[in-house]
Design a protein around this ligand. Structure first.
Ligand code: HEC
Length: 419
């Protein structure tokens, strides 16, 4: 599987993979293959600072703390509620137990090479422009000094957010019908978000930790494990207008301080000037009513009744908070007291992993939507709603069709359902 992944991504190193190291015990081998090597492969990807392939990899000094061994941090991070590994926080309890038992017994090598350690299929095969059924005609890619140059990822910042904006090459009607990630320097691309806005944007690469224009809507993105987005055949996402800017936000993680990191990753879009019958749009749910006292936790909820006149089909949900966020959840209270359902719950919230979560929920007239966020404020400042990194947000961006049905006529016209 590792070799196949390396061929697909073109990221092969000269060293033969996995042959020069001592084997791991078979249960540990399988746990790492299933949960970790999507990123911690022989040539690490998506910001992971080190490989977790053979026994020697786990005995080396850790990148972030050379006084400790990698396996000691492994044992710690699989229990860390704030910064879990794997980053989704989702791992079978029996897999965690297997790693715990191995670490407690001294992290010894295995006796022989294991059979049948397969691991998960590489997601590179299922995402990317080549596996779209539509033909991408617009791409928004990272750039450097010139629009065709690659972007130099700083060597002195482990955690770096960069934004790149292009003026959309259209005027008037336009729909996005599919999109796929384009991954260039896979070692350091941690996640990607794509926004559309009518507010003019800077020309060169610019820092973008939080400060997006208020009218920006998230239209897509990528994080490890995410697949392409293709809208149903009769549906298109409206992004038309005479002056539309597409803003690409890429989060890089250069934990090893590489100085040779040049990148041209981004998103490829299939668009059409002939609108499909069903128009989709993005509506913001949530609340602006946020106050988190110093060194305290807080919860806020926004409840709204969309003005919809017909059933609404949800395609995806993209939650957005800043770094103090802990959980975000959107539930639907069915019309006429017919019960409640969870549309999406993200727990723990991870600012560094903002993606669109696919959905096939159908909302009916009279349904009430409630979005609840929780925060923990570790600082001595008071935190309020705002666009800056120091401020907080509580938005759930809902991609759904028909367009414009989910708003409640309040704030931001037909783009929000916020009381
Ligand atoms: C989706 C990609 C991804 C997966 C899957 C993943 N990691 Fe990571 N890992 C990262 C990234 C990115 C970092 C650097 C950022 C951080 O420390 O949070 C990291 C850092 C680490 C570190 C800290 C290294 C240091 O020197 O500080 C450890 C330990 C770790 N991962 C263990 C694991 C284990 C064990 C698994 C599987 C159970 C796993 N990771 C799965 C991406 C991933």
């Amino acid at each position: 599987m590792l070799l196949a992944g390396c061929l697909i991504t073109g990221a092969c190193s000269d060293e033969p993979i996995g042959t020069s190291q001592s084997p791991l015990p078979c249960d540990v081998e399988r746990v790492l293959a299933d949960n970790c090597r999507e990123c911690h492969s022989a040539r690490p990807r998506f910001g992971a600072p080190m490989p977790l392939v053979g026994w020697e990899d786990l005995q080396r000094p850790a990148v972030s703390d050379p006084n400790r061994r990698v396996w000691e941090l492994v044992a710690e991070r699989v229990h860390d509620p704030e910064r879990p590994m794997p980053p989704t926080g989702v791992m079978a309890p029996t897999d965690v137990t297997a790693l715990d038992a191995w670490a407690a017994a001294g992290a010894l090598a295995g006796e022989s090479v294991c059979d049948g350690a397969t691991g998960k299929p590489d997601d590179a095969a299922q995402s990317g422009p080549a596996s779209l059924s539509c033909r991408p005609d617009v791409s928004v890619l990272a750039f450097g000094d010139g629009p065709d140059e690659r972007y130099r990822i700083p060597a002195d910042q482990v955690n770096h957010n960069a934004c790149f904006a292009i003026r959309a090459p259209w005027q008037g009607d336009r729909q996005v019908i599919g999109m796929a990630p384009v991954l260039d320097d896979e070692r350091f691309v941690h996640h990607i978000i794509l926004f559309a806005t009518q507010s003019p944007q800077p020309e060169g690469p610019f820092p973008c930790d939080g400060n997006l224009p208020a009218d920006a809507v998230g239209i897509g993105g990528w994080a490890p494990g995410a697949t392409n987005l293709e809208l149903p055949p009769d549906v298109g996402l409206d992004v038309g207008g005479d002056e539309v800017w597409l803003v690409l936000q890429i989060h890089y993680w250069n934990g090893v301080g590489a100085t040779d990191a040049l990148d041209r990753s981004g998103m490829a879009l299939c668009t059409t000037a002939e609108p499909r019958a069903q128009r989709a749009s993005v509506t913001a749910l949530g609340t602006l009513n946020i106050f988190v006292p110093p060194r305290a936790a807080a919860t806020a909820s926004g409840r709204c009744t969309p003005r919809m006149q017909q059933p609404v089909h949800v395609l995806g949900l993209t939650p957005h908070m800043h770094r103090s966020g802990r959980t975000i959840e959107t539930i639907v209270h069915r019309a006429g007291g017919a019960g409640r359902e969870t549309l999406l719950r993200v727990d723990p919230w991870d600012f560094d992993r903002q993606i669109q979560h696919p959905s096939d929920a159908v909302l009916m007239p009279g349904d009430v939507l409630e979005t609840t966020c929780t925060w923990e404020n570790a600082s001595s400042r008071r935190i309020y709603f705002g666009e800056g990194t120091e401020d907080e947000m509580c938005f759930q961006f809902v991609l759904a069709y028909p367009a414009g049905e989910l708003h409640n006529g309040g704030l931001a016209g037909d783009r929000a359902c916020i009381d």
